[in-house]
Design a protein around this ligand. Structure first.
Ligand SMILES: Cc1ncc(COP(=O)(O)O)c(C=O)c1O
Length: 445
């Protein structure tokens, strides 16, 4: 094949040109996804296009489950719906044995509609309505409380139903090597969690069974989980001894890092992210420190991004090139931050989807929005691209297809690829009719 012509350029050597190992960050073309040519998938489903690998979803789930099975006799993984609640994604995890973890009435209905029994649904989140609580209690869902007003509402709702449901409280812990998310739940060290427990016990309208702590997200320090497991374990033992409460489940939430790379991170996620084994070993160490003798309660994890992020890529097409005043090459692609909000957090990995030629230069990838903050990647060494070329953006499975916005463009197709080479839509692209369907023009206009 005749090589493409490339105009000569002078490239100023700058930050990011070489890393501490002295070489340009590795760049490879990704012409296929799970063995299927990217071109073929784009021809069928259009661009931009989210692609999920069923194999990676199952592999990641099984990897964490295997690690847990080595250390715990009694554990459950509950799929964090908010991370990605597309029905097909949830189905894969439920087929693997996951319960559902939901944080709103909408998510609760979605899990029930998918046929998940109420006793396998955990209901977190800071904003549960009376109707949400009524539905949850009728279905036997375990609700974890965030604040006192919610407990009051739950007591009323349960009394009206004539039941004393099993519930949990969410606890936040100050003494951890991560910022305290004290806006969620009741603080442990200040005594507020104990106050909440005493209140529940005194009124006798709810049966407290679970302690829950989601200590943060993308936590790269596994020892934080040892400390959280130990703190909740000790708290559970105290509650049993002093309040007569029998805690049968400790839920450590989510928060494990995926293989993405945060903007402020030096080493790439592929190298820096702890393994599932490291996290699990630290949780087990924390329980060992707390439970000197009695069996620890049922361990629940609500891992989200670490299970789904690495299973998806976003394919995007080059619309144009330009040169910025600071010398950077700029490429405009058809996927913007409205469908990839995680670009604000991560230096997403990007690969060309075809053979590449020419000199790699510092390049900025802009999306198609008429908005200055529409930056998919602000600086990456990249070879020249031509209009119509494609790029593959990696680790996009978590939070994007739930947090995406319908802003001046339609949301695109989402496809799952099986390990046997099958592929199919798991969410249809929106179109002009979708845009108009929800709108009303009031009669006086
Ligand atoms: C209560 C709760 N559990 C689980 C998760 C999943 O967290 P992650 O995606 O960091 O694993 C979240 C996400 O914020 C959460 O709020």
């Amino acid at each position: 094949m005749k090589p493409r012509y490339e105009r000569p350029v002078l490239v100023r050597h700058g930050l990011g040109g070489a890393n501490k190992f002295g070489a340009l960050p590795g760049l490879r073309s990704m012409k296929t996804f799970e063995g299927i040519p990217v071109d073929e998938l784009v021809r069928q489903y259009g661009s931009p296009l989210f692609l999920f690998s069923e194999r990676i979803l199952r592999d990641r789930y099984r990897e964490l489950k295997d690690q847990l099975a080595r250390r715990f006799a009694n554990f459950t993984m509950a799929w964090s719906y908010k991370t990605n609640y597309l029905g097909a994604i949830c189905k894969v995890f439920h087929q693997e044995g996951a319960w559902a973890e939901v944080v709103s009435g909408m998510e609760l209905k979605k899990a029930l509609r998918a046929g998940i029994p109420g006793r396998q649904i955990l209901f977190n989140g800071p904003a549960k309505s009376a109707a949400d609580l009524d539905l949850a209690f009728r279905e036997g869902v375990r609700v974890h409380f965030d604040h006192l007003d919610e407990i009051l509402l739950a007591e009323k709702t349960a009394s009206a139903l004539g039941i004393v449901p099993e519930v949990g409280i969410r606890v936040n812990i100050s003494e951890l090597p991560v910022p305290t998310w004290d806006r969620f739940g009741f603080n442990l060290e200040s005594g507020r969690a104990l106050e909440a427990v005493r209140r529940i016990v005194r009124r006798g309208k709810l049966d407290l069974r679970a302690l829950h702590a989601h200590i943060g997200t993308f936590i790269q320090e596994p020892d934080a989980y040892r400390m959280a497991a130990k703190a909740l374990g000790k708290f559970a033992i105290t509650l049993e001894a002093e309040e007569g409460v029998r805690i049968d489940a400790i839920d450590l939430g989510g928060g494990f890092a995926s293989h993405n790379t945060l903007h402020a991170q030096y080493l790439p996620g592929e190298e820096a992210t702890p393994s599932f084994g490291q996290y699990v070993e630290r949780i087990a160490a924390g329980f060992d420190e707390a439970y000197d003798g009695p069996e620890p309660p049922h361990l629940i994890l609500e891992t989200g991004r670490a299970l789904v992020d690495d299973a998806a890529v976003l394919i995007s097409t080059v619309l144009g090139n330009k040169r910025l005043l600071d010398g950077r090459r700029a490429v405009i692609v058809d996927a913007g931050v409205n469908i990839l909000p995680t670009a604000w957090w991560y230096r997403h990995e990007i690969h060309p989807a075809q053979d590449f030629y020419g000199t790699a230069e510092p390049t900025v990838f802009f999306g198609p929005l008429c908005m200055n903050i529409d930056v998919v990647r602000d600086r990456i060494m990249f070879p020249p691209l031509q209009v119509g070329d494609r790029i593959v953006i990696g680790h996009v499975g978590a939070y994007n297809v739930t947090q995406w916005m319908q802003f001046i463009t339609d949301r695109p197709n989402v496809v799952m690829v099986s390990s046997r080479g099958e592929h199919g839509l798991i969410r249809r692209a929106e179109d002009f009719e979708t845009l108009l369907a929800q709108e009303e023009i009031p009669s006086w206009l």
